[in-house]
Design a protein around this ligand. Structure first.
Ligand code: C2E
Ligand code: SIN
Ligand code: SIN
Ligand code: FE
Length: 410
């Protein structure tokens, strides 16, 4: 992450101290890594009164250091990558943990001009310090260039930059941790959802992915924010989590369920509700509403509670449209796959009956994108076969969950 200065204010000692306090406050309140790196680079540019500040972070897996270009020739947000074992300044500082201070960068053979070239910037003086955490581990490198008074960086500058690096390091570590936890949370949710679905689905991953995408597009088409739509996207794979509680003889029954069996089937909503009851995270709270209420109908004739209209949480009203559309389009042990356009006609016909008319209107808007998802060339590779499925496919489908069981346990 790098920052260029736009104006060059001269700062008093007191102003610098204020900046230091501001730096500490701002970096400790930002948990998004990208934003945090932006803030740090901007603050350092201001505090050290330099032309540019670039933050490189270690990518341990790839054995590289990376940064993002902040300005220059339309390359904003492009990543710069440097090998960790290279011979450039950044690599050396990252490897040795030592500070490098160049009064004239272009005269030093270790200085690599690539970044200057792509950003249309001329580095004169340059200072690079390691970004170390509390236990001394190097997380990356801070690099600043061109003091506004054109003098070389001195010992005091080195001290200030090292101090800021220490402050920044802990904030960066926390943000990375948070990001990892968030990614782990999404992965766990997804794997949990796969567990619930894989017994009765031909293609669990495509099914979950498509329901996710449809729910996300519906949320956006309804005017929800990207953030809300993301939560809905990430929660939707869990809507049928309650199916884990159903016995095979019901869930996998090849034919029609008896009324008694269907009563038992309905309980997957209640089980899902119980599994996710009292969840702490936003995603799981939404998943809770989805799993409990995704079989409620707009007209009040759904289950488990027979809620009506807006009594049904909007997240559940959204996922139900995605769920039914997808269920119709694919093969199930108890039904053939419908043609995509027939499924569309069914959804539209249920406006005001099973589904919220506003959501059906949104569905109509996004249908061209959805239709592409279900084209034979897309994720459902075997969809064409399913559409022409015969009685023998029912037998094949019956064997499917067992086969998958076997391969999953390998
Ligand atoms: P599912 O297979 O994921 O289907 C979800 C919902 O999609 C169904 O909820 C229903 O609203 C809609 N849907 C699926 N297939 C059809 C269809 O061929 N025609 C119409 N009009 N709608 C369809 P529903 O009915 O509450 O069922 C919930 C779950 O119960 C289903 O999830 C499935 O796992 C199971 N199920 C329902 N009917 C049968 C059945 O006759 N045999 C078996 N083995 N399972 C069934
Ligand atoms: C390097 O010397 O490794 C990179 C120099 C730069 O980023 O300007
Ligand atoms: C989110 O993923 O945005 C929310 C996560 C949480 O609430 O724990
Ligand atoms: Fe369901």
């Amino acid at each position: 992450m790098e920052s260029f200065k736009s104006e060059a204010p001269k700062l008093s000692a007191e102003e610098k101290l204020n900046l230091l306090v501001e730096f500490g406050t701002r970096v400790s309140s930002e948990l998004r890594l990208d934003k945090l790196l932006d803030i740090i680079a901007q603050q350092i540019t201001k505090m050290l009164d330099v032309g540019r500040c670039t933050i490189y972070l270690k990518d341990v897996e790839k054995n590289e250091l990376w940064s993002k270009i902040a300005q220059g020739r339309g390359l904003e947000h492009t990543e710069i990558r440097v090998p960790l074992n290279g011979n450039g300044i950044i690599s050396i500082v990252a490897r040795t943990g030592e500070t490098i201070n160049l009064p004239n960068a272009y005269e030093d053979p270790r200085f690599c001009m690539d970044v200057d070239m792509v950003t249309d910037f001329r580095t004169h003086t340059m200072l690079a310090v390691p970004l170390k955490n509390n236990s001394g581990k190097v997380l990356g490198v801070f690099q600043v260039a061109n003091k506004s008074d054109a003098t070389p960086f001195d010992k005091k500058d080195e001290g200030i930059l090292l101090l800021l690096a220490t402050l920044a390091a802990s904030a960066i570590e926390i943000a990375k941790l948070y990001q990892d936890v968030h990614v782990a949370q999404l992965e766990t949710i997804y794997r949990l959802a796969v567990t619930a679905e894989y017994r009765d689905q031909q293609d669990t991953r495509a099914h979950l992915k498509n329901i996710s995408i449809i729910s996300y597009l519906l949320a956006l088409a309804l005017g929800m924010s990207k953030k809300e739509a993301d939560l809905i996207k990430n929660a939707s794979p869990l809507h049928d989590i309650g199916k884990v509680a159903l016995a095979d003889n019901i869930l996998l029954k090849p034919g029609k369920l008896t009324p008694e069996e269907f009563e038992i089937m309905k309980s997957h909503t209640v089980y899902g509700g119980r599994i996710l009851e009292g969840a702490h995270s936003k995603i799981l709270q939404i998943a809770h509403k989805m799993s409990l209420y995704h079989h409620e109908k707009w007209n009040g004739l759904g289950y488990p509670k027979g809620l009506k209209g807006e009594e049904i949480p909007v997240e559940a009203r959204i996922v139900t449209v995605a769920d039914v559309f997808d269920a119709l389009c694919v093969f199930r042990v108890y039904k053939k796959a419908w043609k995509t356009d027939d499924a569309y006609t069914y959804i539209v016909g249920e406006s005001g009956k099973a589904f919220d008319p506003r959501i059906v209107a949104a569905f109509k808007k996004i249908y061209p994108s959805i239709r592409k998802l279900y084209s034979p060339a897309a994720s459902y590779a075997t969809k064409e076969d399913m559409e022409t499925s015969s009685a023998s496919d029912a037998q094949a489908a019956k064997n499917y969950p067992q086969q998958q069981n076997a391969s999953e346990s390998l």
